[in-house]
Design a protein around this ligand. Structure first.
Ligand SMILES: Nc1ncnc2c1ncn2[C@@H]1O[C@H](COP(=O)(O)OP(=O)(O)O)[C@@H](O)[C@H]1O
Ligand SMILES: [Mg+2]
Length: 235
């Protein structure tokens, strides 16, 4: 089943001489059980693509469909609920709330929906990212890598059908980075769909498919990579 569908998506910023074409006609489908890696140079539109897929930004033209819902046709309230319930997002800059503990940050999307037992689910999610016993720490009492894992636990908690991650392993050592990819992979294998922005070919190797962006266009896609380095050198 297609979980995410982008149909002829364009996104421009500004007008006239200073117009920036962040995305120029993207068609993309991500299905249940599929993890897609997005690669490309800085400024190629990777974060814009993820923000549109997550309903955090809207296309200038074209459609974004998540789980059968055209995001552009939703009210703001419906979109917020859909994001909270169905979409897990790991931001480049984490976006943890500093006044909430790790467990409270992770439980937040569930709490906003009045889900019972959210603390236990949050603590379980934290132990999955190897943060047993860290539930009551505040973000500023944790290292960058630990904070990143809290953000990942928050994105994977609950019944998310679409998990989006923008360079989620930035602040992590390579061993923890691999562990995060393994978590993302198993969430997808358990019935979600995923999209991962990464610069690291070893991380892209966890994906079923790599979409390569340049200047807001898909210039190449590939299946599972035998030689991921080849793609990074692609024109
Ligand atoms: N809010 C914005 N206003 C103006 N230009 C933007 C904005 N967001 C992104 N851009 C531009 O759109 C292009 C794509 O950006 P982005 O999606 O962040 O690329 P990437 O994540 O691949 O580095 C870049 O040229 C960037 O400068
Ligand atoms: Mg980016």
């Amino acid at each position: 089943m297609s979980v995410l569908e982008l149909r002829q998506v364009h996104r421009t910023h500004g007008t006239g001489a200073t117009i920036v074409h962040a995305l120029r006609g993207i068609d993309l489908v991500v299905r249940t059980g599929e993890l897609v890696a997005v690669m490309g140079p800085s400024g190629s539109g990777k974060s814009t693509l993820l923000n549109l897929a997550g309903g955090l930004d809207s296309p200038t033209s074209g459609e974004v469909v998540v789980d059968g819902t055209v995001l552009g046709s939703c009210s703001r309230k419906a979109l917020a609920a859909l994001r909270r319930r169905k979409i897990g997002y790991v931001f480049q800059d984490l976006n943890l709330l500093p006044s909430l503990t790790a467990a409270e940050n992770v439980a937040l999307p569930l709490d906003l929906d009045g889900v019972r037992g959210s603390r236990k689910q949050a603590l379980d999610a934290l132990s999955e990212v190897d943060l047993n016993g860290y539930g009551d720490r505040f973000p500023d009492e944790m290292s960058g890598g630990q904070q990143q894992r809290v953000a990942i636990a928050r994105a994977l908690i609950g019944e998310r059908t679409l998990v989006l991650a923008d360079e989620p392993t930035g602040a992590l050592d390579s061993q923890t980075g691999e562990a995060v990819l393994r978590l993302l992979r198993s969430k997808v294998d358990a019935g979600a769909a995923g999209m991962l922005v990464t610069h690291d070919a070893r991380h892209a190797a966890w994906a079923d498919r790599v979409v390569f962006l340049r200047d807001g266009r898909v210039v190449d896609t590939s299946g599972p990579l035998d030689q991921p380095e080849e793609l990074l050198r692609a024109p």
